[in-house]
Design a protein around this ligand. Structure first.
Ligand code: NAP
Length: 246
């Protein structure tokens, strides 16, 4: 399905990004497995892809850094000549009530989750426009749609990603480049492992389906959005959340 395509997934050494990288590679794409700190994990993802007959490379980059992201994109384009699928998945949380939130915790979340996606799209924009095709998929969150107590920084970054998605979708629509956002609900990864049992119980109570989602639930939609079945879909926010956003 994706043979001949080059995909770049940010934060692909762990969690949702890892599952997305594995799914894209299993469907024939060559995958750039970006990581920031988790070198070994990213290398394991690459090894798994290669073992299964696929093609992948792990490349370090802190996507919150404008210049580092530019150098990363240059390295990828020099070597692979193009990127067909960009998945902006890298994300962090620094939860706290607004009255206790530090400037540092606000900045790191916005710089990673929102600016990181801006950097990647910005640096790849010429390449996407020149090739007149491509799929950009931004991993937002139900927190960006509904808001969430204790997550004003995270919700702002994820709501910002939705605005970024819609604006870039309009800019790129006539160039054959689709830009969509996926808004996961409560997914079982390292990000949610740290929550207390009480918080998990409260969250489960907010999910009409009554259970957490899996990383595969997200990767399945990303795979659809990365392929030609989604050619007439752009600027959309699709929730994968067991009904949280109904
Ligand atoms: P995770 O397991 O904590 O993984 C986060 C990933 O982001 C890691 O691979 C990490 O890479 C990467 N990352 C963080 N800062 C980075 C940076 N500056 N540059 C490059 N990569 C960076 O989280 P997850 O649950 O898989 O979340 C993935 C995405 O889904 C995030 O955008 C998150 O906000 C979103 N999401 C998750 C849930 C959920 O319930 N889990 C719900 C809604 C949305 P390193 O380890 O290499 O630093």
């Amino acid at each position: 399905m994706l043979a001949g395509k080059v995909a770049l997934v940010t934060g692909a050494g762990r969690g949702i990004g890892k599952e997305i990288a594995l799914a894209l590679a299993a469907n024939g794409a060559t995958v750039i497995v970006n990581y920031n700190g988790s070198k070994e994990c990213a290398e394991e993802v690459v090894a798994k892809i290669v073992q299964n007959g696929g093609c992948a490379e792990a490349i370090q980059c802190n996507v919150s850094d404008f210049a580092a992201s530019e150098a990363f994109v240059k390295e990828v384009l020099d070597k692979y000549k193009k990127v067909d699928i960009l998945v902006n998945n890298a994300g962090v949380t620094r939860d706290n009530l607004i009255m206790r939130m530090t400037e540092e915790d606000y900045d790191i979340v916005l710089d990673t989750n929102l600016k990181g996606a801006f950097h990647m799209i910005r640096h790849l924009s010429r390449s996407f426009i020149k090739q007149r095709s491509g799929k950009i998929i931004n991993i937002s969150s139900v927190s960006g749609v509904l808001g969430n107590t204790g997550q004003s920084n995270y919700s702002a970054s994820k709501a910002g990603l939705i605005g970024l998605t819609k604006s870039v979708a309009r800019e790129f629509a006539s160039r054959g480049v689709n830009v969509n956002a996926v808004a996961p609900g409560f997914i079982d990864t390292d990000m949610t492992k740290g929550l207390t049992e009480d918080a998990k119980k409260a969250l489960n109570g907010m999910i009409p389906m009554g259970k957490m989602g899996s990383t595969k639930n997200i990767a399945d939609l990303v795979l659809f959005l990365a392929g030609e079945q989604s050619d007439y879909i752009t600027g959309q926010v699709i929730c994968v959340d067991g009904g949280m956003c109904i």
